[in-house]
Ligand binder design. Structure first.
Ligand code: WQD
Length: 348
């Protein structure tokens, strides 16, 4: 339990909103900053329905250095930040790299600049397993080498970690944890919040659920000629609620000053890899309906396989993913049906 307010940037986004719920349920007071560029104000109501508490909310664009400065002048008590706000579409980052470098890097620098003035501040950074590229060894540990990013999006995560590392090196009073997510999927079991992809989903699970609900004709499976058991690529799909709970554990670690260094990195996955075809079979089982799909060529930049070695997070954070692939897919499907129902109500 903590009386201090925690700032969650991007707190109306997919992972951010689920983390706000988990924080509130642990007794934290939350302030959200979100510019609604990839989320909806309705998510605030969804959070409130789940926890009974409406977080404070500020519509600020973190690329506006003065707005960030004004925020911290107003919120003098905030010294704990979980930073989700960033652009995250791999494909878009390739076609519009400067948008990604400006949004993902400038906002990070302006936040750190303010926090650096507050001794004892704690910073949790939303990073990604994409920094490993195709790892040489599986499962992937935090000691695996960071490889040249396949996309500007991935590069912003690598650069972000380096900026934080350098900040921690020059200021021992500043403590940070980078959490490298594998593949976040699913939705809160109440289906009050979930993933809201804008336009055509780039990620596998929202594309599957939109196909199953009839919004898309069929899923394209990007390649079945990978050197894997069934030829399709393998990922570590982690339920977004498990991911959210890991953020609370990371914050509690810093607040309890249990960190071993003032910059730490943790892989957040289940430790199990599943192929695209295995995900399809699991979805068909939980939804009790056949999923139309076709095999097409590989997607540019995709790797064969990635799944986490979760030992460090298990031992140091006292956290372990508890939910299964079936649980995550069932929650994603429940959420997709609610989204469709709401869309139909809005049309009528
Ligand atoms: C998963 C698998 C595809 C769509 C990326 C980012 C990562 C994070 C999550 C932001 C792959 C296959 C997908 C489709 C398919 N991003 N696929 N048909 O690429 O592992 O990770 O998104 O937080 O940082 O790197 O996730 O869901 O796009 O793909 O066959 O229509 O599904 O080839 O094997 P990915 P994904």
């Amino acid at each position: 339990m903590s009386s201090k307010r925690v700032l969650v940037t991007g707190g109306l986004g997919f992972i951010g909103s689920h983390t706000v719920v988990a924080l509130q349920q642990e007794g934290f007071e939350v302030v959200i900053i979100d510019n609604l560029s990839n989320s909806s104000i309705d998510v605030l109501g969804g959070i409130t329905k789940i926890t009974g508490k409406t977080p404070e909310y500020e519509n600020i664009d973190l690329r506006d250095k003065n707005a960030v400065k004004d925020f911290f002048e107003e919120y003098q008590d905030i010294e704990d930040v979980i930073h989700f706000a960033a652009s995250k579409a791999v494909g878009e980052s390739v076609t519009n790299p400067l948008l990604y470098y400006e949004n993902n890097i400038s906002s990070l620098v302006y936040l750190l600049h303010e926090l650096n003035k507050r001794p004892g501040s704690n910073f949790i950074f939303s990073s990604s397993c994409t920094v490993y590229g195709q790892a040489d060894e599986l499962p992937i540990t935090e000691n695996a080498p960071v490889k040249k990013a396949e996309s500007p999006y991935g590069n912003t995560k690598q650069i972000g970690e380096e900026i934080i590392f350098d900040t921690c090196k020059t200021n021992q009073e500043f403590k940070a944890i980078a959490l490298r997510y594998f593949n976040p999927i699913g939705a809160h079991p109440t289906a009050e919040i979930g993933e809201l992809p804008i336009g055509t989903p780039q990620n596998l699970i929202p594309y599957i659920t939109q196909t199953a609900i009839g919004k898309r004709d069929e899923l394209s499976v990007f390649g079945d000629d990978y050197p894997t058991q069934d030829g399709t690529a393998i990922r570590d799909y982690i339920h977004v609620m498990d991911l959210a709970e890991a953020h609370v554990k990371a914050l509690q670690r810093l607040l309890a000053e249990k960190e071993k260094a003032n910059f730490e990195v943790f892989n957040l996955g289940t430790g199990t890899g599943n192929s695209v075809l295995e995900v399809i079979r699991s979805f068909e089982k939980v939804s009790e309906q056949e999923l139309p799909y076709k095999i097409v060529g590989r997607r540019e930049g995709d790797i064969t396989a990635a799944y986490a070695d979760t030992t460090k997070a298990n031992d140091e954070l006292g956290w372990k993913a508890e939910r299964s692939l079936d649980d995550a897919l069932a929650s994603a499907w429940k959420w997709q049906k609610i989204v469709k129902k709401k869309e139909e109500e809005e049309e009528n």
